[in-house]
Design a protein around this ligand. Structure first.
Ligand SMILES: Cc1cc2nc3c(=O)[nH]c(=O)nc-3n(C[C@H](O)[C@H](O)[C@H](O)COP(=O)(O)O)c2cc1C
Length: 279
């Protein structure tokens, strides 16, 4: 029996995210058990950028992250669902994404599992960069992305009433343990990303894998050419290992240059007046 982990980024109980994940699960023919995590139930602290997890194998922060790491390790597949808040995925998704290095000690148990991603926005066309956030999250955890969609629904439960979402639920249910969804529209040839930044002239950058390329438009249509760089972040296990090694080298570079760096930053220590919370 497969175990599917539904990652619900919305705090709203029985809201569109929760219902959509459960509906996708209902449509999956493969026998499975659905485990659910509502991120707002967990105490997840902000990454403090100390990189000690890379050296010690686990994060020094005391919070509920180990429970989430265990759930990721036990899952066979993922359904990642996030609501659009202010034109992007809500902060819960980013909060967890920023802790990704703390998963590195368990990466072998987590990587390469199939996943589908779902962004839910209240207003048609007002999802902003939500899909990019979710695609990027799934890539960071080296999930095998089978499908990724934006659907619409504002009031809790409305995603079910919107008939246009019906096909998306079935398609995602089929894709999770089956064939990945077919690409529509121009995609990055390196990572399959569908969001680009226009850099001037014909130059573009894929916002998912960060690689630069060119946009070509001719009588046959539009084509985007992108080349892999020497420092990929999350396209393969090898890339992730290389990035981990690079981070470790940065950590020792910091140790070597600490005195010089401190001398440079010291002059800025007393500039400005900090506003602090009352405790
Ligand atoms: C703070 C906040 C900001 C939102 N911003 C957007 C937005 O920028 N674009 C949009 O289409 N919907 C926006 N919404 C609507 C939600 O994306 C929508 O209601 C979604 O279905 C919520 O999912 P849930 O029911 O699982 O909580 C926002 C909702 C909230 C609470």
């Amino acid at each position: 029996m497969k175990q599917i982990l539904g990652l619900i980024c919305s705090p709203r109980k029985l809201g569109n995210n929760e219902i959509a994940v459960k509906e996708i699960s209902r449509r999956i023919h493969h026998p499975h058990q659905l485990k659910l995590i509502r991120l707002s139930d967990f105490n997840i602290k902000l990454c403090r950028g100390c990189y000690r997890c890379l050296i010690e194998g686990k994060c020094v922060l005391k919070d509920d992250l180990p429970l989430i790491i265990d759930a990721f390790a036990q899952a066979d597949a993922f359904i990642v669902a996030a609501p659009t808040y202010c034109l992007g995925a809500n902060a819960a998704l980013k909060l967890l994404a920023d802790r990704v290095l703390a998963f590195s000690g368990r990466s072998r148990e987590i990587w390469n599992k199939p996943a589908v991603g779902l962004g839910i926005a209240g207003l048609e066309g007002k999802e902003g960069y939500t899909k990019l956030n979710i695609d990027s999250f799934m890539r960071l955890f080296l999930m095998k992305v089978k499908a990724s969609r934006i659907i619409y629904g504002a009031l809790p439960g409305e995603a079910l009433l919107n008939k246009a979402n019906d096909e998306a639920f079935s398609q995602m249910a089929e894709a999770l343990f089956g064939e990945p969804e077919a690409a529509c529209g121009p995609r990055c040839p390196v990572c399959g990303g569908d969001t680009f930044r226009f850099l001037g002239d014909d130059r573009v950058r894929c916002m998912l894998c960060s690689n630069p390329g060119t946009l070509q438009i001719n009588g046959e249509g539009m084509r985007i050419l992108v080349e892999k760089s020497a420092h990929e972040l999350f396209l393969s296990e090898k890339d992730a290992a290389n990035h981990g090694a690079w981070l470790a080298r940065m950590k020792s570079k910091f140790a070597q240059n600490k005195t010089d760096l401190k001398a440079v930053t010291a002059a800025y220590k007393d500039i400005g007046e900090w506003i602090k919370p009352l405790r």
